[in-house]
Design a protein around this ligand. Structure first.
Ligand code: HEM
Length: 240
């Protein structure tokens, strides 16, 4: 009764004709980079994949070189683990070295990797969008009916989260926490939509190809059915 289904979210990638809005994906990437990447890894996306969002190779190189966390690597001179600035072929480095470090930085909660989150969670992009815009004060009846479900220390009430209490504090707490390079007004609503759209792309960068292939297959099957029917009429034409 307190847990809510995701709100409706319309994205240009929806439906069998859906295509990504690259301008929106770039804005979503900007939100990931400037906000979410402080806590959440993105282990399945390499910097060079960002050219698919419309960034030039030089832009991608600069994004990689300036990424706040560096790529783990082995020092060829000493054989010891070290870090170095990222290059375009590196995967986006995680903000934390391992799960223990990630939990230590987050009050023992684990920020999940976001690469596949829109596939992993029921509701997909609409869930992510709803979660990000869903932070609110716990309703008065909750304290009366289920006092145990009231947020404890370090937890935040969010009716879109399965158990109503999420360890992540509202990451998009106020409007304008990013300044979009395309001039779009960065309201909380807008940032939540854009990052949800971006997370659809990270989870399925080949979505457009799948949609196109689906249509080609359907058209082929319709033509093949027509030919098959004509062949059938032809083969049996002389038989009474
Ligand atoms: C959990 C998205 C920023 C810390 C999550 C979940 C999502 C998410 C989808 C999973 C919820 C679930 O399990 O169903 C985002 C996005 C961000 C962002 C899109 C940027 C706009 C941050 C930041 C921090 C953070 C900046 C740290 C300061 C966490 C933690 C969890 C979590 C600790 C685990 C919560 C729990 O299990 O209770 N986030 N996040 N997130 N996030 Fe974020």
């Amino acid at each position: 009764e307190f847990h809510l289904h995701p709100k409706k979210l319309a994205l240009s990638s929806d439906g069998p004709m859906g295509k990504f809005d690259r301008q929106q994906l770039q804005r979503g990437f900007q939100v990931y980079k400037e906000v979410c990447s402080a806590c959440h890894s993105m282990r399945l996306v390499a910097f060079r994949n960002l050219t698919e969002l419309g960034y030039t190779e030089d832009e991608v190189k600069a994004i990689a070189a300036n990424w706040p966390t560096q790529t783990p690597s082995i020092d060829p001179a000493t054989g010891e683990p070290t870090t170095r600035p990222s290059i375009a072929s590196d995967y986006i480095p995680s903000p934390h070295a391992n799960e223990t470090a990630a939990r230590a930085a987050n009050n023992n909660a684990l920020p999940p990797d976001l690469s596949l989150i829109t596939k992993a969670r029921h509701g997909g992009a609409a869930y992510v969008y709803s979660l990000l815009t869903g932070y609110q004060e716990p309703p008065a009846e909750l304290a009366k009916k289920f006092p145990d479900a009231m947020p404890g220390p370090g937890l935040n009430y969010n009716p879109y989260f399965a158990n109503l209490n999420i360890a992540m504090a509202n990451p998009l707490g106020s409007d304008g926490i990013v300044t979009y390079s395309d001039g779009t007004n960065a309201t909380r609503e807008q940032m939540a939509k854009d990052v949800a759209a971006f997370l659809v792309w990270t989870a399925e960068p080949t979505l457009e190809k799948r949609h196109q292939t689906g249509w080609a297959v359907l058209i082929f099957l319709i033509i093949a059915t027509g030919l098959g029917y004509m062949a059938y009429r032809n083969v049996w034409a002389g038989v009474k």
